[in-house]
Design a protein around this ligand. Structure first.
Ligand code: HEM
Length: 378
């Protein structure tokens, strides 16, 4: 039930030990007036600081105001603790130039190169209606009601300035972002997050996670870029696949999560090892080989995804999968080469489909209580 500090040099929700629940939302900015956008971001910041501390979104509260006015909090989190809530903001490419190429807020010259559109990957089945967006909020908490309450109140405050473009609920974090956490499992039943970047690996985080001064525009120094990919898993097909085939596809065992060349979860995979017939023990198309930094010019990322089930699809199948989130210093040098390798060769592709995509620039954290989310950029 503890609160995660809202203010700090880094935004919370990136290396914060991954909470159990996610509500991710992407907004379109529907005003052309910079002053309105700034005022909303200021109001959002105040509400976010309060909600992450376990308080109502507004200073009057859900039931403290005059009965004739709509309350400044929606009320469904009354009595609930902060539940580790973090609210992480990111800015999408459309804020700098809209779909028609217009620079609505006079900030096109501040657009980082890292925010250039992701390429189309082989096999992509991206639905634009659940992709992209001008602003994202990643709300994570141990209680889904708390995460949903936060997103709902930000949407309420933003009425007339932003509209919800798409949103996604997630459960059962599929990553550990700290050595203090056990590795959870994704819906294929495998441990996910074993070889992730961890909060304690500060030198690696400096090289691979946090944007450095000089990487691009100054307002992003100390921030990170977020890639979201909603990946549908065809779990019914996976469940008819033999255990040995599943383990060959991943390159790790299902039980302990050890690499096929090792005994314990955190043993380093040995990609050079061959069996009695001279075949590689970890297949050339195994997911962990294709995704490993040794095969991708050293590229690493911090994965922070969640499982999702959006009911069923009307064809007798669960509409389920992985809402993949990764944070990195430059998506075009990290996510893109890894996903290119996976899209071309990963045998797992027979069981998954990427259906949504997002790219957002998440600025550094707010240090002073009078600062707000819009100031450095706008
Ligand atoms: C590792 C599953 C998509 C990047 C792993 C592992 C599993 C897994 C079970 C091994 C445990 C671990 O180290 O975390 C999945 C599933 C996916 C998926 C089920 C889709 C539904 C992706 C995507 C990317 C990615 C889209 C990035 C483009 C990685 C990386 C590793 C990894 C970098 C660590 C490799 C290493 O250094 O050993 N994944 N993954 N994965 N995955 Fe994925």
């Amino acid at each position: 039930g503890d609160a995660v500090p809202f203010y700090g040099a880094r935004q919370a929700g990136i290396i914060t030990p991954a909470q159990d629940r996610l509500h991710f939302v992407a907004f379109d900015v529907i005003t052309g007036k910079k002053a309105e956008l700034l005022a909303m971001l200021e109001a959002w910041t105040a509400a976010a600081a309060r909600m992450t501390a376990g308080l109502d979104a507004g200073t009057i509260g859900a039931v403290g105001g005059i009965p004739e006015a709509p309350p400044d909090d929606t009320g469904e989190a009354i009595g609930l603790p902060a539940s580790g809530l973090t609210l992480t903001i990111g800015f999408g490419p459309g804020l700098f130039r809209d779909a028609g190429g217009k620079d609505r807020f006079g900030i096109a010259d501040r657009k980082p190169q890292a925010l250039a559109d992701l390429p189309h990957f082989p096999g992509d089945a991206i639905d634009p209606r659940i992709s992209g967006g001008d602003i994202c909020i990643q709300a994570c908490a141990h209680d889904p009601q708390v995460a949903v309450h936060a997103v709902r109140n930000l949407a309420r405050i933003g009425m007339g300035v932003v509209s919800v473009r798409w949103s996604q609920l997630g459960f059962g974090r599929t990553s550990s972002t700290s050595v203090s956490q056990d590795t959870p499992r994704n819906l294929f039943g495998f441990k996910d997050g074993t070889a992730n970047l961890k909060a304690e690996e500060t030198a690696l985080l400096d090289d691979h996670l946090w944007v450095k001064p000089g990487d691009g525009p100054e307002w992003m120094a100390g921030g990170s870029y977020l890639v979201s990919r909603k990946i549908r898993m065809i779990v019914e097909t996976w469940d008819r696949t033999s255990l040995v085939e599943q383990e060959t596809i991943v390159g790790r065992t299902k039980g302990t999560g050890a690499p096929l060349t090792g005994k314990a979860e955190f043993d380093e995979p040995d990609f050079a090892a061959v069996d009695g017939e001279g075949e590689p023990v970890i297949a050339l198309e195994a997911h962990v080989r294709l995704a490993h930094h040794s095969q991708n010019s050293g590229a690493r990322m911090l994965r922070r995804g969640y499982n999702y089930v959006d009911g069923s699809d009307g064809l007798g199948r669960l509409d389920a999968g992985l809402f993949f989130i990764s944070y990195q210093r430059d998506p075009h040098r990290q996510f893109v080469p890894v996903q290119t390798a996976l899209a071309r060769k990963d045998v797992m592709n027979e069981y998954i489909r990427h259906v949504s995509s997002g790219l957002f620039a998440c600025p550094p954290g707010l240090v002073a209580a009078d600062d707000h989310w819009g100031r450095a950029l706008l």
